[in-house]
Design a protein around this ligand. Structure first.
Ligand code: ZN
Length: 1086
């Protein structure tokens, strides 16, 4: 597709040089050819103007520029070529009228040179405090986009770039819309990953000696360094924010606000301490939140089928199984054999059907179904007496095949009958009950009976609470069995402990069989090691206490995309109480004291207020270096010896989840709730949720009115980026270039930002070298269009503006289109649908505008006469386009917009009348109402003219290929319409009052004639014909050679050439121009 106002390919150049015009150019100066070959970028400013003149010879003229084979010849006068040659210092033998030609002129470079230019522009903004200045001067209400804090650990990746650039596009758009914008960037600075990085940087001896305060000091230093590195990258992306006053979760005022939130929740009764199974990472020795888990593919557990011997049936159904005792067993299945010591019950589903089945051993040789990795246990190998098992009825066939046995079913009954049966614990021998569980007991796998260890599983815990079962958890912080586990004491539950339990069960003839089982299993996202479920003493936020309020608030928030609402609803509805304590050092302390003897926690309004006060002044380090006595408020100080301070820190999600209180609620220029939160879709279970929960619990309302989520960034093939695959796209490399700038050129921030605008971020988005090249290409074309506009306004100022009513129709139509485009773009900014804006900009500024208006405009601009109405009206339209396009692209491409602005050849005033020195000092363009009020009839007619023009171009191309004409100016177009109305409107355009509306100018031919009839010699002998038809009308098109001779100045053919004795080589138009602007004219010639 060849639509840009620049030649790009050698194929295009070849087409050009085949043309008459180019042959002319070749003849007059062979140096021009070499100029093309070496490219324009390296030329000086005046030198590179030239291609713009000739760029339009090739246009596709198909709707939206699709297709590309049919390049059309356009013509420009020899004067322009000569003038160009003159400016190159070439011979001046030609172009008597070259001084009368208004050549485009600008020093705005065709190449962005973004690696150098963008930092210059950023410096300009910073030195002039443009962001603050514009925001302060805006008179609208404030708009608050609250920044979700990235974790201060490592360098930025493409996801960060997508996120912050999206935010910046929105903020900048709001600035143009007259909002006051205060964007406070944040960083999440506490937590295990940073603590681990600090620990990993030391040898073992140093680590052992390390005191908490020293560790915290090092962790803070590490976090602050990382913040600086990340901040520099964000700045380089072109993101505008209050970089001098970011929020860091380690700042004392932040920590104090967080403690205040904790206190409010505690005093409302939403915080409690309990022994409860939590995700525990033995490798990190801490509890983990759901958001800190990952479920890697390919985890294999050691699963076992085991039997527990029944002691007695229940009093409710005494006769049910009496006959099978004492050879009756409950069969269970588990993937965590190490939890058997903590077994407290076996649960069944009351709704399922269970059977008592007698086991018949199949002969050895027919136990073939047993898979290779399956190990048969003692229960099957050595029990030769009669034995009976209880399993779910539906699972009988599956178990027969798996165990390699036959079941003879003796009895069938519902699960409810099994309640309160008693069995002997397979290790301790203690009597345990059969209990009724819930829907989680299914027949998808296992036996339909669930080994229940309330200390090691969420559902087991709930069932345990219901039946008052003991919550046993004989496992320590490192994941080793404690003394409570008897002979297994000291063994790692995920290693030797698990093996030992299986072996023990086997020896006790309880093990049926053991086999590997592949399933999803939670891993610690940092250490990449498996976690366990383990009951510990932890602090919890009781989500149950405010779930209804949270659900209610979710309904009032605007979620974009809308399906995001379903995700947050599902996650909030199903989430269990939030474990907020961590047994780590690098964090905000849970501000609780415990009684030395009773271990009762002490939290009161006074203790919270006192600790908060201390932390706000001294930071949370004070919790470690101050004595309990000093940390306690007056009221308790006398009994300080009866208390000790807790050592738990808060879950980092509580840190970031309190940002609404620490930032929105505390800083000037911000408001609570925020207008917008915008983060990746993983934050539904992360920051969106933790912020919602703390805000609801403490204030009763959601911290945001609107939430936008974006997907993940994948490579061009849709693969996740990873170092091992070598497909990582680094935003800094995209901007500044890689080691090998040929493979990894520095595209600049705007190309990256253009990419951000181009993707539908509501799903996962793709990026890679190919996509970046496309973006760079689009950027270059857009820059070319803007450069064309700048260069043709070099002698313009706003006083030259032609009033709307005096504009030719073609100009009014151009403004009608511009007005509509601006409105549509505005609507899409409001909906945060940037990819639609990208598409509109691409189609409008690069294809539509270049193919039609700018193409036709060149004649008026270059040879229409410097101060003629014809040229000034065109410049009026160009100026409107330039200002509007700069404004609408500015949120996405701020550097390009500013670059253009700095080269603006005329002054543009802000609302208060002062000159706008920076692009963002102007407001969003408000199209003149009259532009949009063009009569529907006219709009319809002009869209017909545009389509007709495409058809005419096709026939001109045929005529050119058939050697009838060289350039389109050598042609005369004949039209005929049987529709009288259409015919008369076409006729009107041929005789247009305004030169610019003349149909032959619009077609860029020398003449157009509307025929009354087709039954004439002329029409039947027409060498090239075609037809335009649409539901409105059918128009016959004919192309022949133009009448008369060629005007020396503008190359149009006319019979008038020769009628002016003093200028025998000029057409009437040029004669007039020359007369009004006698030689020599200065414009355009250096
Ligand atoms: Zn002329």
């Amino acid at each position: 597709m060849e639509v840009a106002p620049l030649l790009k390919s050698s194929a295009a150049a070849a087409t050009l040089f085949n043309s008459g015009e180019a042959k002319f150019a070749l003849r007059v100066s062979s140096s021009l050819v070499s100029c093309r070959r070496i490219g324009f970028g390296r030329q000086n400013a005046s030198f590179i103007i030239w291609p713009v003149l000739f760029a339009r010879p090739l246009t596709t003229d198909l709707p939206h520029g699709c297709g590309g084979s049919e390049s059309k010849r356009r013509a420009r006068g020899p004067v322009m070529a000569a003038a160009k040659k003159a400016s190159d210092g070439g011979i001046k033998e030609e172009g008597k009228y070259k001084h009368t030609v208004d050549l485009p002129k600008t020093t705005f470079g065709m190449r962005a040179n973004a690696v150098v230019r963008e930092p210059e522009i950023q410096k300009l903004w910073e030195e002039n405090q443009v962001f603050k200045r514009v925001s302060d001067r805006n008179t609208g209400r404030s708009f608050v986009l609250h920044d979700g804090p990235p974790y201060a650990n490592g360098s930025l990746h493409m996801g960060h770039a997508l996120n912050k650039i999206l935010k910046d596009i929105i903020n900048r758009y709001k600035l143009l819309r007259n909002y006051r914008v205060n964007f406070v960037p944040g960083w999440d600075c506490h937590g295990l990953p940073i603590e681990l990085k600090v620990l990993q940087s030391m040898d073992e001896d140093t680590r052992r000696e390390l005191k908490p305060l020293k560790l915290r000091e090092k962790a803070a230093k590490f976090a602050k360094n990382t913040v600086n590195i990340q901040m520099n990258s964000f700045k380089r992306f072109g993101v505008w924010a209050d970089w001098d006053a970011p929020y860091l979760t380690l700042f004392p005022e932040y920590e104090a606000a967080q403690i205040e939130v904790f206190g409010k929740m505690a005093l409302k009764g939403y915080i409690y301490r309990g022994r409860k199974p939590v995700h525990w990472s033995p490798s990190s020795r801490t509890a983990l939140a759901e958001a800190e888990l990952e479920y890697p593919e390919g985890h294999i557990s050691k699963s076992i089928y085991a039997t527990f011997k029944i002691i007695s049936s229940s009093s409710a159904s005494p006769q049910l199984v009496e006959e099978f005792l004492p050879d009756l067993y409950l069969a269970i299945w588990t993937t965590t054999p190490w939890t058997i010591p903590a077994n407290a019950a076996v649960a069944v589903n009351p709704e399922l059907e269970y059977v008592v089945a007698e086991l018949h051993h199949a002969p050895e040789d027919v136990t073939a179904p047993l898979r290779k990795q399956t190990k048969v246990g003692g229960f099957l190998k050595f029990s030769d007496t009669k034995c009976f098992v209880i399993v779910a009825s539906e699972l009988v066939p599956a178990l027969e095949s798996k165990w390699g046995v036959k079941f003879a079913v003796h009895k069938i009954f519902p699960g409810s009958c099994l309640e309160n049966f008693r069995y002997a614990h397979p290790i301790s021998g203690k009597e345990c009950p059969v209990v009724l569980g819930g829907d989680y007991i299914t027949t998808e796998s296992g036996t339909g009976l669930v080994h229940t260890a309330p200390g090691h599983g969420q559902e087991d815990y709930i069932t345990g609470i219901k039946y008052g079962l003991p919550i046993i958890s004989p496992v320590d912080d490192e994941g080793k069995f404690t003394e409570e586990a008897g002979e297994f004491n000291g063994l790692e539950v995920l290693g030797a402990g698990n093996v030992a339990i299986v072996k023990y069960l086997d020896e006790q003839l309880s093990l049926v069989l053991e086999e590997p089982y592949k399933h999803k299993y939670p891993y610690d996202w940092r250490t990449k090691k498996p976690t366990i479920f383990r009951a510990t003493e932890q602090w919890f936020a009781s989500v149950d206490g405010f779930r209804d309020m949270a659900m209610d608030a979710i309904g009032k928030v605007n979620w974009i995309p809308t399906q995001a609402k379903n995700r947050i609803v599902a996650m909030t509805a199903s989430r269990s109480d939030w474990c907020i304590s961590r047994q780590r050092t690098w964090g905000v302390p849970i501000p609780v004291f415990y009684h030395v003897h009773s271990k009762e926690p002490l939290i009161s309004e006074e203790t919270i207020a006192h600790v908060k006060d201390i932390v706000s002044k001294k930071g949370s380090d004070a919790w470690w270096y101050m004595s309990t006595e000093d940390l306690l408020p007056e009221k308790y100080r006398q009994n300080a010896s009866e208390y000790y301070k807790g050592t738990d820190t808060m879950d980092v999600w509580f840190d970031s989840g309190s940002s609404w209180a620490a930032v929105l609620g505390k800083r000037d220029g911000l408001c609570f709730p925020a207008d917008l939160y915008l983060e990746g879709s993983d934050q539904h279970r992360g920051w969106f949720q933790s912020s919602l929960l703390t805000s609801i619990a403490a204030t009763g309302i959601a911290p945001y009115s609107c939430v936008v989520t974006h997907g993940f960034v994948l490579d061009e093939k849709g693969m996740k980026m990873s170092k091992s695959l070598g497909n990582v796209v680094d935003p800094d490399v995209v901007i500044s270039g890689g080691k090998n700038t040929k493979d990894q050129p520095g595209y600049g921030a705007d190309v990256l930002r253009l990419w951000v605008s181009s993707v539908d971020y509501t799903g996962d988005v793709l990026i890679g070298p190919q996509i970046l090249r496309q973006m760079s290409d689009m950027y270059r074309k857009l820059r070319g269009t803007l450069r064309f506009l700048l260069s043709n306004l070099h002698d313009w100022n706003l006083e030259n503006t032609v009033s709307y009513t005096k504009l030719p129709k073609i100009d009014q139509y151009a403004l009608y289109q511009l007005g509509n485009i601006v409105e549509t773009i505005k609507d899409n900014y409001e909906l945060y649908q940037f990819y639609k804006i990208y598409q509109i900009i691409q189609r409008f500024t690069i294809v539509d505008l270049s193919n039609f208006y700018l193409d036709v405009a060149k004649d008026r601009l270059y040879v229409g006469g410097t101060t003629s109405l014809n040229r000034r009206s065109c410049q009026t339209v160009l100026a409107e386009h330039l200002i509007s396009i700069v404004s609408v692209i500015a949120p996405i491409l701020p550097h390009l917009a500013e670059d253009v602005w700095q080269y603006l050849p005329f002054e543009y005033a802000t609302e208060d009348g002062s000159a706008a020195k920076f692009a963002f000092e102007i407001k969003w363009p408000v199209p003149n109402k009259r532009w949009l009020q063009m009569p529907a009839d006219d709009v319809d007619f002009w869209s017909l003219i545009l389509e007709l023009r495409s058809e005419v171009n096709k026939i001109l191309e045929n005529a050119r290929v058939g050697k009838l004409i060289g350039s389109s100016l050598e042609a005369k177009v004949y039209l005929h319409s049987s529709d009288a109305g259409v015919a008369s409107r076409l006729q009107e355009l041929c005789l247009a009052e305004n030169e610019a509306d003349a149909l032959h100018r619009i077609f860029i031919t020398s003449q157009v004639e509307v025929l009354d009839s087709l039954n004439t010699d002329l029409s039947t002998r027409m060498p090239h014909t075609g037809k335009y038809s649409d539901p409105r009308s059918e128009i016959w098109i004919g192309v022949a050679r133009a009448d008369g001779s060629k005007c020396e100045r503008c190359w149009n053919y006319t019979t008038q050439v020769g009628s002016f004795p003093e200028h025998p080589t000029l057409c009437a138009r040029c004669y007039d121009v020359i007369n009004i602007h006698p030689l020599p004219a200065a414009a355009g010639v250096s």
